[in-house]
Design a protein around this ligand. Structure first.
Ligand code: CTP
Length: 404
């Protein structure tokens, strides 16, 4: 089931050019089954139409604290108390630096800031501004204050800004905001439980060259490893992803090292592994590689060529004595699965092994879903249901958090 289905979300929109992106966010949340109510600051409606947001959210939009009636009869409408009790989560996207400052100081001078003080739900703040406004020391201090008060801050991204300047200040992509929302709803917390941790993930296949044109590869899409890297970043970790050939996208804050072969992957992992690293080897590393790849394209001859192979180094095995915080491996098995996975965990000196079985429908290569068994050194085993790879990533990280 989608974690957004039936969830009650208040979206606060403030006056900044990224306000137009709030329409896409509302659309995405509604498509995922959430009930969305929008609250605007007075300047937000200079950038985006309340009617657009009302149409997309299929709910009324609040843009003032006071009732509209000006005649002899006035009826009180303490909507902010009702909204504050109703919501599972309040999201401010985009949050202008003015609203960030007001929220940090506890102001309640418009509908949005009033609701921030009246809510009982967690708060997700997605700031956006031009680079100098974003990096203004008081803005940074206010964001820190909000975080210290328990808000989840989804930092702005670097890139080209509406002004034409380049720097930090862009509202994160809609998909990333949605993932942060799902994370907070899933954990029921705004705490970044991997803050200050170093996570090194490998993902994807490796390609072992036969000649300049052909290669030996495997069917891994890389999705599981990419989802782990993104989930770990959202949970506050400093993440490096060593990726075999894959066209999947990543958050810009994650350091990505693209490699092609098993040998290159081994080198990249070795270079990045320190004693405080949590290593998660989700890559499907080739076990064999051509011993002598052709320098020129192998031409068709009378007899088919015989390609001689050599073993590649087993990356995890070669690092089994290297100090590290934690090592997690994956095992893909087709028979006698659990025993083989446990043997692998011990042979490679891992703290945990994630067993994928090709016998389970909907799991493994090319699927967006997966079903795994997490096996720990203590012998504890947990089999997940069939979940999205993002959800599996969080389940694995939940286990890791209990071990560090
Ligand atoms: N792995 C590795 N280096 C390799 C091959 C695999 O570090 N050269 C890692 C994988 O990333 C995974 C774990 O070892 O985390 C198990 O990989 P898997 O392919 O299931 O097992 P192998 O050790 O290669 O054994 P086999 O193919 O015989 O099952």
């Amino acid at each position: 089931m989608n974690p957004l289905t039936g969830k009650k979300i208040i979206l606060g929109v403030t006056g900044c050019i990224a306000a137009y992106k709030s329409c896409l966010l509302v659309r995405e949340l509604v498509k995922n089954g959430a009930d969305v109510r929008v609250v605007l600051t007075p300047s937000a409606s200079e950038f985006v139409s309340p009617l657009t947001l009302s149409t997309l959210s299929r709910n009324k939009v609040i843009q003032g604290i006071f009732p509209a009636q000006k005649g002899p009869v006035v009826e009180a409408d303490p909507w902010h108390i009702e909204y504050g009790l109703w919501a599972d989560l309040m999201v401010i996207a985009p949050a202008s630096i003015n609203t960030v400052a007001k929220m940090a100081m506890g102001f309640a001078d418009n509908a949005l800031t009033t609701l921030v003080t009246a809510r009982r739900s967690p708060l997700l703040v997605c700031p956006a501004a031009d680079v100098d406004m974003y990096e203004y020391p008081l803005t940074q201090r206010n964001l820190k204050l909000l975080e210290d008060q328990g808000a989840y801050i989804l930092e702005a991204e670097s890139g080209e800004l509406a002004s034409g300047l380049t720097g930090k200040g862009r509202l994160p992509a809609t998909g990333k905001i949605v993932e942060a929302i799902k994370l907070i709803l899933y954990t029921g917390s705004t705490q970044k439980d991997l803050a200050g941790r170093k996570v090194l993930v490998t993902a994807g296949p490796t390609y072992e060259d036969i000649d300049p044109v052909r290669y030996l590869g495997n069917r891994s899409s890389g999705k599981m490893g990419f989802e782990i890297a993104k989930a770990a970043w959202l949970r506050g970790a400093d993440v490096t992803l060593v990726a075999g050939p894959s066209s999947l996208a990543l958050y810009p804050e994650i350091t990505r090292m693209n490699v092609r072969t098993a040998d290159q992957m081994k080198k990249a992992v070795e270079e990045n592994l320190t004693e405080d690293t949590i290593l998660i080897m989700a890559a499907a590393v080739a076990d064999f590689t051509p011993s002598a790849p052709g320098e020129k394209k192998i031409k068709k001859a009378e007899t088919a060529p015989v390609i001689e192979l050599r073993f590649t180094d087993d990356i995890l095995f070669s690092l089994k004595e290297r100090p590290k915080k934690l090592a997690v491996g994956f095992a893909l098995e087709t028979d006698n699965e659990e025993q083989k996975a446990v043997d692998k965990m011990h042979r490679k000196n891992l703290d945990m092994i994630i067993l994928n079985s090709l016998n389970d429908t909907g799991s493994g290569f090319e699927y967006d879903t997966n079903l795994v068994t997490m096996i720990e050194r203590s012998g504890e085993k947990v089999k997940t249901g069939l979940l999205t790879k993002t959800e599996i990533a969080h389940k694995i990280l939940d286990k890791i958090v209990t071990k560090i």
